[in-house]
Design a protein. Sequence first.
Length: 282
Amino acid sequence: MIDGKLSLVLPAHNEAENIEQVVSEELTAVPRHFSGLEVIVVNDGSSDETPDIVRSMSQRDTRVRLVDHPVNRGYGAALRSGFDASTGDYVMVMDSDRQFDIGDIVYMVPFITQFDMVAGYRIQRNDPVHRTVFGKTFRLAMRTLFGVQLKDIDCAFKVMKGDILRSLPLTSEGAMISTELMARWAQAGATWSQVGVHHYPRTAGQQSGGSIRVIFRAMRDVPMLWLRLRREDRDVTPSSLEVEATSSSRAGSLLPTLLVSLMLAVVVGIFVRWMKSRSDQD
């Protein structure tokens, strides 16, 4: 049992078919490992019953809290709102689509008090092919540009020390939030380890993370984040220790930036053509 409160942040966009089961499982599983718990669901402009379900649950259980975005602001904005609302000694990020099992936190517990962050990586990713391909390309780009060496930077299953997390000046509104989080985590000299977790196919609701709009937004945000970190000119050598690897997070030179941007553009172009061909076949 860890002597501390866990704030579990769940970004949710149109997850009415999933959110009640996810939250209920967390309310049962987490108290086995932490002395305190709050579940913060950030409704990011849902057009379904997601906020109503969470509001009803919060009335029955005070550990459940709702943070409401009346309009969709993006994945990064949802996480930042959840981080700002958190009060726990530790903060956990987990998606609300039932593709992760909160029970896997048992694999992280032995490392949570030893490191500032325990980052999960998907042992086997269960997503559509196009999303998996783009994810691998994106991960290579982030390693090149930002020096972030995580096995699975966008895995939404992380436990972090709350005081460090809330001290970071995070600004990303969209998918780049995970990269910015890790880059700033390393700049702060904070430590992390990596643990494999299970990933399951989505069985209800609709995916939005692999949409054309989200992908193009991520492409736009890559050079913006790179330039922002360069301007801050923080030359801090990270001391991050991992169970399996060590990482540093320094922004690269201009040439890698241009090459990676071109690579992302090519991947997105192929993806768009593939989607168009599928649409024509239908």
